[in-house]
Design a protein around this ligand. Structure first.
Ligand SMILES: O=C(O)CCC(=O)C(=O)O
Ligand SMILES: [Fe+2]
Length: 329
């Protein structure tokens, strides 16, 4: 899809499904079964949904956003040690980048921190450590419950997908994106080009400035969250483990307004050493296998080291059809 296609549709929330977390956890049998079914449909049709009644305090979300805003406003030399970091370094800061790729201009600062199994954080601002510890633990708990519900929605035991991906030892990363205001000539265009996320599930909230869009049926839809809701995006590992039944959503961030936009992302992914492949129960007799097993660490490194290109990274795991297998040498 050309990135210049900014057609949006689906009403103010883009028609994105809403999942009530409280019903998943505390609901009576019937409403809970309905919520699981709706969750499955959302993952199948959209690859994303909003979560309400999630139990993560607004003050904690606010503290995470505020602390990272402080980090972005620190002088360059305070962040220097993380500015040159590579994709597998546990703390990475990219700042003030305004680059032109394929004729589209991107405008974004970001902070990426590995948060589990071990929390890594920049030295400043000092309170970032505690805020990140609490925020990552709360959101990890929420995402692990969603992972069990997703497993059930596939007709499996709640523990099956978490076990297949070793989510107990999951890799978790926090990403904070800051899109500065733009008042220069012309449109900035994109803050972040179309991509799917390399992990399993991404949880996101923003500072009230819209800009996230998701693709469905070849059109971009505005992802405007309900007040207090989190936005959840299925990642590539969910697409792989479900053998393509659920899909990682293609999404992008559009910027260019007079107010800075910020988004805070908490993503869980398989344990770095887990080899992710479709669970056999979803591939009867091995027929119709869409993906082969790829170690998550290799997948992530591959996706992060190449130019962002929609869902192209998934091709390294995709089973090629019609190619005669070569004898082993
Ligand atoms: O800023 C946003 O809304 C999108 C961020 C995103 O997609 C990402 O960090 O992977
Ligand atoms: Fe993303």
């Amino acid at each position: 899809m050309p990135s210049s296609d900014v057609a949006t549709c689906g009403g103010p929330n883009g028609g994105i499904p809403v999942v009530d977390f409280d019903v998943l956890v505390n609901g009576a049998a019937d409403p809970r079964a309905r919520a699981i079914r709706d969750l499955g449909r959302a993952c199948e049709d959209w690859g994303c949904f909003m979560v309400v009644n999630h139990g993560v305090p607004e003050e904690l979300k606010e503290a995470a956003m505020e602390t990272c805003r402080e980090l972005f406003s620190l002088p360059e030399e305070e962040k220097a040690e993380h500015l040159e970091a590579g994709p597998m370094d546990p703390v990475r800061i990219g700042t003030g980048f305004f680059s032109v790729v394929d004729g589209v201009r991107y405008w974004r600062d970001y902070l990426k921190m590995f948060a589990h199994p071990e929390l890594h954080y920049p030295a400043k601002p000092p309170k970032l450590r505690d805020v990140a510890a609490e925020y990552s633990a709360k959101t990890r708990g929420l995402l692990l419950v969603l992972a069990e519900a997703i497993s059930e929605s596939l007709g499996l035991d709640g523990g099956r997908i978490p076990e297949a991906l070793d989510l107990e030892s999951c890799f978790q990363i926090l990403v904070v994106n800051h899109y500065p205001p733009y008042t220069g000539p012309g449109d900035v265009g994109l803050g972040l080009p179309a991509h799917s996320d390399h992990g399993f599930l991404t949880l996101l909230f923003q500072n009230g400035v819209d800009g996230l869009q998701v693709e469905r049926d070849g059109r971009w839809r505005p992802a405007k969250p309900l007040p207090g809701a989190f936005f959840v995006i299925a990642g590539d590992q969910l697409e792989i483990v479900s053998n393509g039944r659920y899909r990682g959503a293609l999404h992008r961030a559009v910027v260019g307004g007079e107010r800075a936009r910020m988004s805070v992302v908490s993503m869980i992914a398989p344990c770095l050493d887990a080899v992710v492949e479709p669970v056999p129960e979803l591939v009867p007799d091995g027929r119709g296998l869409e993906f082969r097993g790829v170690r998550y660490r290799d997948y992530m490194e591959h996706q992060q080291s190449n130019k962002i290109d929609g869902k192209a990274a998934l091709d390294i795991a995709r089973v090629k059809r019609g190619v005669a297998s070569q004898p082993e040498k």
